[in-house]
Design a protein around this ligand. Structure first.
Ligand SMILES: [Zn+2]
Length: 88
C-alpha cells in the first residue's frame, strides 16, 4: 500500500513552512497542523502556538486511526510529528 511516506516526507529538500533548504543530514519533523515536514526552528515556533498542545493531542489520535490502513508503520509516521528525524 502507501508506504513511501518516509521517502516523500523524510527526504523533503525544503522546509514546507519557511522554504529553507534541508539537506538529508538535517533534522526535520512533521507539523502537527498539516503533516508537512518542517525545519527545527519552525517547529519551535509551532510549539509556542497557544493551541499547540491541543493540536498535537488531536493529531496523534487522528493519525493513529487514519494511517493504520494506509501505512505499514503508522507509529513511525505518527511519532515523526514529535521526534525529529533525518532522511535515511
Ligand atoms: Zn522552516
Amino acid at each position: 500500500m502507501k508506504d513511501d511516506w518516509k521517502e516523500q516526507l523524510a527526504c523533503a529538500t525544503k522546509c514546507s513552512k519557511c522554504r529553507k533548504d534541508l539537506s538529508p543530514r538535517n533534522l526535520r519533523i512533521l507539523s502537527v497542523y498539516n503533516h508537512n515536514p518542517i525545519c527545527m526552528s519552525c517547529k519551535k515556533k509551532e510549539e509556542k502556538r497557544p493551541d499547540y498542545e491541543e493540536a498535537s493531542k488531536t493529531t496523534i489520535e487522528q493519525c493513529m486511526a487514519d494511517t493504520e490502513i494506509m501505512y505499514s508503520d503508522p507509529g513511525g509516521y505518527c511519532y515523526s510529528h514529535f521526534y525529529p528525524f533525518k532522511c535515511k
